[in-house]
Ligand binder design. Structure first.
Ligand SMILES: *Cc1c(COP(=O)(O)O)cnc(C)c1O
Length: 377
C-alpha cells in the first residue's frame, strides 16, 4: 500500500538543501542563481508586495517583465527587428499543428527533414492538416545521422521546409544551418536554442519549448519573420493565429506569466555567463569530456549517434546489455546522478547536459562510468 508522507521542511533546513546532478531531458536543470532569485522574489517582486504569479498580465509591472524578457532574448539570439518573438502555450508539440494550420495552404505541400522522433511527430501532425512530404528520413539507420545539405532536394511547391536542429531523444544534432534555397525554413530548436549561435535570418520560424534550455515548462518561444504573418489565413481560431498573437504582443489571452518571468531570469544569467558564444564553448567542452570517455571505453559504452552529428545537449549511449543499463541508472541515481534513463521509446542512456548543467556533473558522471565499467566488465 502506498502511504503519502507529507513533511513540512523547516525553513532552516531549506538553506542547506542538497542538490543533485540532474541529467533530465526536460523539464531540466535550471541555473541555481535563477532559482535563488525566484525564491527571493516569490513573496514580493520589485516592491509590489506580490509574486509575479499573483499579478495581472495587463499590469504595468508585468509589462516590464515581458518586455524585458523579450529584449534579452532578442539580444542573446541576435534576432533582427523584422522578427517577432512570441510566448505561446501548448508546448513545442502544438507548433507541429499550428504551423501547418497557418502556413500550409491546400494547394501546396510542406517538406520535412526527419532525423529523429520529434521530426516524425511534426510530419505526422502536419499530414493531418495538409500535404506533408518527408523528403529525407534517417529512420532506417535508427536516427544516428543527419543529411548533408547536398543530399536534400526540396519539393517545387513546398510552402516551407521543417527540420529539428537537435533531436532530443536520439541525440543527433545538425552542425550546419539548413538552407532551402529561398523556401521558408522552419526549425524546431527546442533542445538546442541558446546553446550556440543561430543565424536567425536564415529562418522564417524558429520555435522552442522552454523546458529544455530556457526555463520552465508551459511556454513556447516562437521567433517568426514578420512577412510570414501576412500569410496567416483569415478566420484562424484566435489562439492559433500567429498574427493575432503578434498583434497582441503575446497577450491575446493570459500567458504563462511565471514562465515568462523565469525565462527573463535565465537570460540574465546567460548574459552573465558571457552570452551564447561563451556558453557554446563550455557546452563543447562538457560534451567532449563525455564523448571522449565513451570513445576510450574499448566499446563498453557505445555512442548512439554518428560522430559527425553528435548532440552537444543530449548524449545518448548504450551499455553491453539492457540489464546493465538498468543497473547503471539505479546506481547512478543512488549517488545523485539523476535522470539518465533514455527515452522510453529507445531505451539506453541519455545524459542531457544543457546550458545550466555544470561541468562538474559531467566529470562526476565520467568518474562513475569508469568505476561502473571496471566493476561490471
Ligand atoms: C521536448 C521536445 C518537443 C515537445 O515539447 P513539448 O513542450 O512537450 O510539447 C518537441 N520537439 C523537440 C525537439 C523537443 O525536444
Amino acid at each position: 500500500m502506498l502511504t503519502l508522507v507529507l513533511r513540512i521542511v523547516p525553513a532552516m533546513e531549506t538553506a542547506k538543501v542538497k542538490r543533485i546532478y540532474n541529467f533530465s531531458s526536460g523539464p531540466a536543470v535550471m541555473p541555481l542563481p535563477v532559482l535563488e532569485r525566484a525564491r527571493e522574489e516569490m513573496l514580493s517582486i520589485g516592491g509590489t508586495g506580490m509574486s509575479v504569479m499573483e499579478m495581472s498580465h495587463r499590469s504595468k509591472f508585468f509589462g516590464y517583465v515581458i518586455e524585458g524578457t523579450e529584449r534579452r532574448l532578442r539580444e542573446l539570439l541576435r534576432a533582427p527587428n523584422n522578427y517577432r518573438i512570441l510566448f505561446l502555450q501548448g508546448g513545442a508539440a502544438l507548433q507541429f499543428s499550428m504551423i501547418p494550420m497557418n502556413f500550409l495552404p491546400p494547394d501546396r505541400s510542406a517538406d520535412f527533414v526527419v532525423t529523429g522522433a520529434w521530426g516524425v511527430k511534426a510530419a505526422s501532425e502536419a499530414a493531418k492538416i495538409g500535404k506533408a512530404n518527408v523528403i529525407y528520413s534517417s529512420e532506417k539507420d535508427g536516427f544516428r545521422t543527419v543529411p548533408e545539405q547536398s543530399e536534400l532536394a526540396f519539393s517545387s511547391d513546398a510552402a516551407y521546409v521543417h527540420y529539428t536542429s537537435n533531436e532530443t531523444i536520439d541525440g543527433v544534432e545538425f552542425k550546419y544551418e539548413l538552407d532551402a534555397g529561398g523556401i521558408p525554413v522552419v526549425c524546431d530548436a527546442s533542445s538546442n536554442i541558446l546553446s550556440k549561435p543561430f543565424d536567425i535570418e536564415k529562418y522564417a520560424i524558429v520555435y522552442a519549448g522552454a523546458q529544455k534550455n530556457i526555463g520552465p515548462s508551459g511556454v513556447t518561444i516562437v521567433i517568426i519573420r514578420e512577412d510570414m504573418l501576412d500569410l496567416v489565413p483569415a478566420n484562424q481560431p484566435a489562439l492559433l493565429d500567429y498574427r493575432n498573437i503578434a498583434n497582441n504582443h503575446s497577450l491575446a489571452n493570459t500567458p504563462n506569466t511565471w514562465g515568462i518571468y523565469t525565462i527573463g531570469l535565465v537570460c540574465e544569467w546567460l548574459e552573465a555567463q558571457g552570452g551564447v558564444g561563451s556558453i557554446e564553448k563550455r557546452n563543447l567542452e562538457k560534451a567532449a569530456i563525455l564523448y571522449k570517455f565513451i570513445d576510450g571505453s574499448d566499446g563498453y559504452y557505445r555512442g548512439h549517434a554518428a560522430n559527425s552529428c553528435r548532440s552537444l545537449m543530449n548524449v545518448t549511449f548504450r551499455l553491453p546489455s539492457e540489464d546493465l543499463e538498468e543497473k547503471f541508472c539505479d546506481e547512478a541515481e543512488a549517488i545523485g546522478l539523476d535522470g539518465l534513463r533514455g527515452h522510453r521509446s529507445v531505451g539506453g542512456i541519455r545524459a542531457s547536459i544543457y546550458n545550466a548543467f555544470p561541468r562538474e556533473g559531467v566529470e562526476a558522471l565520467v568518474e562513475f562510468m569508469n568505476d561502473f565499467a571496471s566493476r561490471n566488465g
